[in-house]
Ligand binder design. Sequence first.
Ligand SMILES: C[S@@+](CC[C@H](N)C(=O)[O-])C[C@H]1O[C@@H](n2cnc3c(N)ncnc32)[C@H](O)[C@@H]1O
Length: 225
Amino acid sequence: MAVEAAADAEDLDKMERCSNGRRLTLQWHITSRCNLRCKHCYQDNYENPELDFNNLLGIMTQYLELLTALNRKGHINFTGGEPFLREDFFDLLRECKKHASLFSFGILTNGTFLNKEVVEKLRILQPDFLQVSIEGDEETHDAIRGSGNLKRVLNALKLLSEFGIKTLVSFTAHRDNYKSFPKVVELCRKHKVFKVWTDRIVPFGAGEALKQQVLSPEEVWSFLL
Ligand SMILES: C[S@@+](CC[C@H](N)C(=O)[O-])C[C@H]1O[C@@H](n2cnc3c(N)ncnc32)[C@H](O)[C@@H]1O
């Protein structure tokens, strides 16, 4: 569910890049390492073996071949785990920039590594957007993602906005947090977020412990309306 309306045709095209529209989207989990242990996370293993840089380049080559064969433009969403934990992440993004006419890219991150130096480097690489996750008001968010985390995410949004990088916010809904969604939207408006995205929790991995917190059909209706 997208909360903010797209302003014009160009914005609509950009929204489609991150929501499986006309562009062929690759959601690419480049690492399972993460510095957070979110209560709802679909991962419960943060140490899966990783592909090395050459293997990542091989995947990118295959993706480019697929786009050419299908005569389509693409979009890559880098995710994890936490993508900024990969030491070669910026090298990979530099490779993406070389193919900017064929595919755009966005990054799904917990926002904790986004300081001024990192955001400055990102701006040069022209990502389509950065998506951070917000799970509720400060108390709710920090209970799910760890103490002091909301302040870090809001600081990241502020920096991204200062550097002219488009921001998206993801909200994963369950019984413990869905009532604070309006607060999240309010925060997003204040921080000039382009789009707020929400999905329901999939009780999987660490998130299996929240099985009883999955929204009932009635709660889904009250959440959506
Ligand atoms: C797995 S995270 C990876 C990117 C980054 N580390 C982050 O925290 O946003 C990507 C998105 O998946 C969501 N997510 C994690 N576990 C989930 C689950 N069990 N069901 C639905 N969404 C989930 C997160 O809240 C986040 O918005």
